[in-house]
Design a binder for this molecule. Sequence first.
Ligand SMILES: [Zn+2]
Length: 267
Amino acid sequence: MIVDAHLHCSGNETAGGILDALDDAGIDAALVLAPFLTGPFNLSDRTSLVAANAHLSAIVRGHQDRLIGFAVVNPLHPEAAGDLERAVESGLRGLKLVPSGWYPDDDRAHTVYAQAATLNLPILFHSGIFIDGRSGKYCRPVFYEAVREHPSLRVALAHLGWPWTDEANAVGLIDLINGVAPQDCQFRFDFSFGAPPVYRKPVLERALAVLGPGLLQFGSDRFFPCAGGHIRTMMDEVSRLFDEIGLSRDDRNQIMGGTACSWLGLS
Ligand SMILES: [Zn+2]
């Protein structure tokens, strides 16, 4: 089972187009994010996020076997926890959070974490630098230790926190040191590439050595609408890296699907 654990909606896609792209890429299931980076959707505009979540709810309806929709809210909006609950009632099954203008240990963020814990939702956090010029200062991996105040939460940090990948490995290592099985750890990491190509092999090697494949998952970070071939190019690059590292078939399968399956509760 191949799972792409990091795909973006733009607002211009259809369910049919997404499913065709996944078929062409050879992907069985996808974590799909509500649009927030393409106009008119904007993290600072609550009304647009409500519309974004409604858009995604309509996309995933009837396709819940393959499309796992993640809502987007902004903890700076007092209505965020309620908006999240309504998005889940409409069929979304997880939460994407992007710290920008708030730190992960902000009281307002804890209100949203508590709602996510109540609803038993996985959370995908942006972590690391932004490529759009927005400040990444809120998104250092160590700040996400705040999540530990909600022990039932199971979260993923995107991009392995690049350029703070050592910090990300350290955050992820703690549960392992304490004997927690990977599927029960609070943190897992996608290596949707934030790192430029020259960093990718050493970053992946260190993450594998410290965290193991059970805490790593593939995400292409592609934006719909797009062709399956566009996603496939990222899968091919990852496959080449796996070849260079000499990764076993079992470990590849874990990263390309197993980790996300157990995180998302897919069979
Ligand atoms: Zn992304």
